[in-house]
Design a protein around this ligand. Structure first.
Ligand code: IPE
Ligand code: IPE
Ligand code: MG
Length: 255
């Protein structure tokens, strides 16, 4: 407890503006129950609903969920097909509800490899919710951080070749504008459930200064209380962005 009897930490953050989550552990959740992995993925969808609802209530600006990585194609074909089907059914069910709740849906990742009807559904979901102003729900599908950086480099290189940009214009701010997350604040809080402590090719560029939170809780068991705990842990961290702790505490710098 500090001298003034107040045990609140010296440095406090507001709610994160952008939370990015690797939803991991569906398969193990099911296997622990001697059930097929598919059941774990279905249970994971229920968690998504709860977490989206909580973020909307908490007035979080953006929630990014890693749903399918560019490496997940390596899984057995039947699991990949099942995930596509689950994705399709969930989208069909949820778009209207998201829209009613003023939530904007946005997909990031290379969607060209998905079945056409799924791509149509994704486009429809984005179009229907594009003017919504509460939470932005970003779903990363066939997403990879390396892919995102490459597609940004390709766009920039194209502009340089066309004479619209010069090599000297290339800097972090410029590249940021070509990433799939250009219209969003950088993630403040990154959460990975399921116990692994790795990024698995998620937002490599965007996570440069994000606060990391790892929990062994499997995604289907993650709930609103668990998210509230993660947010509390974020709030008491001191973000320094290269400054000293003293500079931050004396509010001598703008972060
Ligand atoms: C995350 O859960 C969901 C996806 C990658 C689609 P996993 O399916 O990776 O679950 P574990 O890691 O095998 O338990
Ligand atoms: C990362 O989870 C991708 C998603 C949650 C969609 P994985 O379970 O596929 O990650 P690795 O392969 O164990 O690193
Ligand atoms: Mg996993």
């Amino acid at each position: 407890m500090s001298a003034d009897g107040n045990d609140s930490p010296e440095s406090c953050n507001d709610n994160p503006r952008h939370i990015a989550i690797i939803m991991d552990g569906n398969g193990r959740w099911a296997q622990k129950r001697f059930m097929p992995r598919a059941i774990g993925h279905q249970a994971g969808v229920k968690t998504v609903r709860k977490i989206v609802e909580y973020c909307a209530v908490q007035k979080i600006e953006a929630l990014s969920l890693f749903a399918f990585s560019s490496e997940n194609w390596r899984r057995p074909q039947d699991e990949v097909s099942l995930l596509m089907e689950l994705f399709m059914v969930t989208l069909g069910r949820e778009i209207k509800k998201l829209d009613r709740n003023n939530i904007r849906l946005k997909f990031i990742g290379d969607r060209s490899l998905f079945p056409q009807r799924l791509q149509d559904k994704m486009n429809e979901g984005e179009a229907q919710t594009q003017n919504n102003t509460a939470l932005t729900l970003v779903v990363a599908v066939n997403y990879g951080g390396r892919w995102d950086m490459c597609q940004a480099f390709q766009q920039v290189a194209g502009k340089i070749a066309a004479g619209e940009l010069s090599i000297a214009d290339v800097n972090p701010q410029l590249l940021n504008q070509y990433l799939s997350t250009a219209d969003l604040p950088e993630p403040d809080l990154f959460i990975r459930t399921g116990g692994e402590q790795r990024i698995s090719n998620f937002m490599l560029w965007q996570l440069a200064y994000t606060e990391f939170y790892f929990t062994p809780t499997l995604w289907p068991d993650f709930d609103q209380d668990a998210l509230a705990t993660a947010i509390e842990s974020f709030k008491v961290r001191e973000r320094r962005f290269g400054h000293t702790s003293e500079q931050v505490r004396n509010k001598a710098v703008t972060l």
